[in-house]
Structures are given as C-alpha cells and as structure tokens.
Ligand binder design. Sequence first.
Ligand code: ZN
Length: 177
Amino acid sequence: MKAVVSIDPGPPSDATAPLEPRSVNSARAFMGCALDEARAAEREDEVPVGAVVVLDGRIVGRGHNRTRGACDPTAHAEIVALRQAALEVGAQRLVGATVYTTVEPCFMCAGALLHARVERVVWAVRDPKFGACASLGQVLGDERLNHQVEIEEGLCADEARELLQQFFERKRAAARG
Ligand code: ZN
C-alpha cells in the first residue's frame, strides 16, 4: 500500500529526549486520581484537596482533606496519603516516590514530604495563603536541609482551580443565606 501522507517520525529517542507522551499521560492520570480524591472531599463538605502517592508506577497511597470530619487539623490530603503509603510499603521513608496533589503543599505537608524522603511533588495550583513550596517559601528545595524534593506545578490546574472556586462560591452563597 502506498503511503499518501508522510509522517515525520521526529528525532530518534535517546536518554536526553524530552518527556515521552506516555509519561505525560501517566502524570495526567495520576493527577486525575488526585482530583477524584478532591471531589470526594467536596462530597464530604471539606475543602476539595486530594493527593496520591506513586511508587514504581503504582498508587500506594491516596487521601483527601478531612480536617472537619476527622476534627484533626493535620488531616490534610498529603498527610493522609503519606500515612497510607507508608503502611502499604511498610516503611517510614518513601524513597523514589512522586506525590501528586491538587494544591501546593502547606508548611506542615512540605515538612512531612521531606521526612518521607519523597523524590518529587507535582501540584496543580498554588496556594497563596498557605503554600510553602513556591508561594510563601521554598521549603522543598532548601539546601540547608539534608533532602530536597523536586517540584513541578500546573498539571491539571484548571480542573483543580474550578473545584476550589465552586466550593468557596457555594460557601459564600450559603453564608449570605
Ligand atoms: Zn497541608
């Protein structure tokens, strides 16, 4: 069969090639799972934030914000997910793990991510009021600490932002009666 359209195969792949489409899809899929967790929080009338912990391409921990329901100021999505992951893996350190979270981690969660020795954190939207990784501090990259966590931001930002905006709009409308 004669090819009608020629498709440029692009440069040959090598170690320095940019991120493969497959890994981008996986990252989106993992952030999609974090967004599902955020929606679960919303259904429980909690601020919609969700997180998953990925190790060797598999989700080993997931969690959503449940500070109200659990009456626990430390029950942030990342903490809940890290606890589950550590139990699943059977180790307090999650070396090589990537955490996908829908909102920039706060100081407490950034501290926990450092203690857990995770390798990378990907978040969707910044938190100008509590964010400790870009907005109010750069805790994860502080070279005075004995571990640094790679960061990436902006993945699925529109979805995460929309969830938060809708939640707070509903709260404001309810407060107005
Ligand atoms: Zn937090």
